[in-house]
Design a protein around this ligand. Structure first.
Ligand SMILES: O=C(O)c1ccccc1N[C@@H]1O[C@H](COP(=O)(O)O)[C@@H](O)[C@H]1O
Length: 211
């Protein structure tokens, strides 16, 4: 049985970061996007990053940032992964990939099987695709699930992961149906928008591990 990788995203306090580390998450996401209730400034992100041990990977989430702010954020935080969750193009990400050491992930808003075909344009430009619901109020973090069967039936050409509306209650089923090797959750692990619940973080990691 393969071990499913687990990302806990939107950790914006020391308590949330510590809960995700203690639960054994593989990746911890820091959201640097002002409209989000999970936004952290670069100074706060740096402080949170310092609490994360090397065996837990840090993912910096950016949305439609220009090249200079992107470089500043990457230099300041030194994440292991940069996750792009906006309308960033394959061309731009391909250029960026030549200039940074971090792994690059691109979130894809999935509406239908066509979304998966169209995302193949990111082949060579990013290291992983993260399938999420199509943008709603925010570009992500809306707690909306996608049709997991689309992923099971697709011939994947890049490493990929599943996001969108995952919770401790549905993650085992999501892994079983989609066949994903990585799950990513944010709003489903909260007691209110932007407030992580340590108990739900623990339950999510445990449910994913036992799936
Ligand atoms: O979490 C946010 O506020 C956010 C803001 C802007 C872009 C992405 C965001 N979150 C990411 O969206 C997916 C799905 O989240 P959810 O589990 O449905 O809440 C995940 O990668 C979040 O990190």
């Amino acid at each position: 049985m393969t071990r499913t990788l687990v990302k806990v995203c939107g950790c914006n306090t020391p308590e949330a970061v510590d809960a995700a580390v203690d639960a054994g998450a593989d990746y911890i996401g820091l959201v640097h996007f002002e409209p989000s209730p999970r936004h952290v400034t670069l100074d706060d992100a740096k402080r949170l990053r310092a609490r994360i041990p090397p065996e837990t990977k840090v993912v910096l989430l950016l949305v439609n940032q220009q090249p200079v702010p992107t470089a500043m954020a990457v230099d300041a935080i030194r994440p292991d992964v940069v996750q792009f969750h906006g309308g960033e193009t394959a061309e731009w990400l391909g250029l960026l990939k030549q200039n940074v050491t971090q792994a690059l992930w691109k979130a894809i808003g999935v509406r239908s099987a066509d979304s998966l075909d169209s995302a193949l344009r990111f082949k060579g430009a990013v290291d992983r695709l993260l399938y999420d619901a199509a943008p709603g109020v925010l570009p992500g973090g809306n707690g909306v699930a996608i049709d997991w069967t689309l992923l099971r039936d697709f011939r994947h050409q890049l490493p990929w992961g599943l996001a969108g509306g995952l919770t401790p209650e549905n993650v085992a089923e999501a892994i079983r149906v989609s066949g994903t090797e990585l799950v990513d959750a944010s709003s489903g692990l909260e007691s209110s928008p932007g407030v992580k619940d340590p108990g739900r973080i623990r339950a999510f990691v445990e449910a994913a591990r036992n799936a």
